[in-house]
Design a binder for this molecule. Structure first.
Ligand code: HEM
Length: 487
């Protein structure tokens, strides 16, 4: 085991392994990069070593070697053309230690499971959420209602005064997935729920940063000593006790004939799969799947909307053009609807550009090679960890005219019509492509247009707006304040 900290045998044998920066014994490249700037550091490495390079980070159980893929063509070659060979997730100690119950049962939700339980759970989650309206018109009224509540909260709690909209947006977005999963929404005045959302924010930040990486490198030491990493575990305990409390309540009043939400459907499924324990339909895995949907459905979309308002206060002329389109197509007497989208190419382009430039999951979620695979002329050995970085795709200089500028024109043709772009991949691609894409797009459109229909957002007087970011697992704006002036 200790030997693996110094050497990775398959790599020593492989003369066709991608090049990369020199790595220290034991710690590898652990201290070569600032975790908060990893995507930018990788950009520099790509310039030096090419669009496929290797680093050594002793943070996963499968291998210490990571291959980083850069740019649209390379990421597509790996995740689509060789999709089957990179469909799996690695085994990460921090994750194993937080999802203990689920991993004991042999499966761990949707995001980190592999093989048979993953296919079963992903299929089940998608079909169940679709039955409850995911990607369909039937879900629209509940998102519109939530958008209305959010606007009312902006108005009643903060009318004209500077405030940080993050927690309200977080709560509103979370309510959409909470309705699908728990069958419930939570009032913005619910202190317990607000505390839970803050906890989630904190653990996602800690997990994706230095302490998360250090824990994965030296779990045997960090398990025994105090430090900020402890907060990751106490935080996950709070999240799981919130979820388990709701599962228990569902078990008491679940009516088999009319399931109300994801939890009810999963409970019904447990009985049907009693003969096949490997599929992962058990109570422990219900907690893990629920946590995955709750976390993935809350954090990503709300971070994108938090970026959206920050871009609007940084580019008031773009905000004014979106508002003019909303006024012309929707007016002020009704709420925007998904059907309006086709008649609103400029707004659509702005939303796409917010996702591109917001770049909320810059490194993507890690995959692991299940077979030796040739990519970009190099051999990636079985068990190597693979990052098909999304930052390198969303800012690929060969794909975007002005990659580092906030430019809705990226998504408009000469006639001002919306045009899609191949390298627009914030939801990734291939076998693990985000299953929440349609839901997220619907939420982004309805929340964004509804907020801009009712308010003009600006930076508080005397404050120069900036686009500063902080990076944990997600790339999110540094906390900021704005004023919401009713229109
Ligand atoms: C703007 C919003 C969102 C963005 C940018 C986003 C992005 C991503 C990305 C990049 C991945 C990793 C894909 C890969 O490994 O190649 C992912 C996975 C996932 N997302 Fe999303 N996501 C968003 C919203 C959502 C929502 C609303 C849900 C809830 C239904 C969701 C559920 C998931 C799940 C369950 C996975 C794991 C899929 C798997 O491993 O098979 N996401 N997402």
């Amino acid at each position: 085991m200790q030997l693996r900290l110094f050497f990775d045998i398959p790599v020593l044998w492989n003369h066709n392994f991608p090049p990369g920066p020199w790595a220290w014994p034991f710690v590898g490249n652990m201290f070569s990069f600032d975790p908060a700037m990893m995507h930018l550091e990788f950009e520099k490495c790509a310039k030096k070593y090419g669009n496929i390079f290797a680093i050594r980070l002793p943070v996963a159980n499968d291998s210490q070697m990571w291959v980083v893929l850069n740019g649209y063509k390379m990421v597509k070659e790996a995740l689509v053309q060789n999709g089957d060979n990179f469909a799996n997730r690695p085994s990460i100690t921090l994750y194993e230690d937080t999802y203990t119950g689920a991993s004991k049962a042999g499966a761990k939700g949707v995001v980190m499971s592999n093989g048979y339980p993953w296919t079963q759970q992903r299929r089940f989650a998608l079909s169940t959420l679709r039955n409850f309206g995911l990607g369909k018109k039937s879900l629209e009224p509940s998102i519109q209602l939530e958008a209305q509540c959010l606007n009312e909260a902006f108005l009643s709690e903060h009318a004209g005064k500077p405030f940080d909209p993050q927690m309200l947006i977080n709560n509103a977005v979370s309510n959409v997935i909470c309705c699908l999963v728990f069958g419930d929404r939570f009032e913005y005045s619910d202190d317990q729920f607000q505390t839970l959302l803050k906890t989630l924010d904190e653990i996602i930040y800690l997990q994706g940063g230095f302490w998360g990486a250090l824990y994965n490198m030296m779990p045997w030491a960090l398990r025994r000593i105090p430090g900020p990493h402890r907060r990751i575990f106490s935080g996950w305990c709070e999240v799981f006790s919130f979820i388990n409390f709701r599962i228990q309540a569902h078990m008491k009043d679940n009516d088999l004939s009319s399931p109300r939400d994801f939890i009810d459907c999963f409970l019904n499924e447990i009985k049907k799969w009693e003969h096949d324990s490997k599929a992962g339909f058990n109570l422990e895995n219900l907690s893990a799947c629920t946590a995955d949907l709750f976390v993935a459905g809350t954090e990503t979309t709300s971070t994108t909307l938090y970026w959206a308002l920050l871009f609007m206060i940084n580019y008031p002329e773009i905000q004014a053009k979106v508002q003019a389109e909303i006024d012309a197509v929707v007016g002020s007497s009704r709420q925007p609807s998904v059907e309006d989208r086709d008649s609103m190419p400029y707004t659509d382009a702005v939303l796409h550009e917010i996702q591109r430039k917001g770049n909320i999951i810059p490194l993507n979620v890690t995959r692991v090679a299940t077979k030796d695979t040739k990519i970009g002329g190099y051999i990636i050995p079985k068990n190597t960890l693979v990052l098909g970085t999304l930052y390198s795709v969303l800012f690929d200089e060969s794909q975007w005219e002005t990659p580092h500028t906030f430019n809705p024109g990226h998504f408009l043709d000469q006639q001002g019509r919306f045009r899609n772009r191949d390298a627009f991949l914030p939801f990734s691609l291939g076998k693990r492509v985000c299953p929440g894409e349609q839901l997220a797009k619907m939420e982004l459109f309805l929340f964004f247009t509804s907020m801009l229909q009712r308010f003009t957002f600006s930076s508080p007087q005397g404050v120069e707006p900036s686009l500063d970011f902080k990076k944990g697992f997600t790339h999110s704006p540094k906390p900021y304040q704005l004023c919401a002036t009713p229109r």
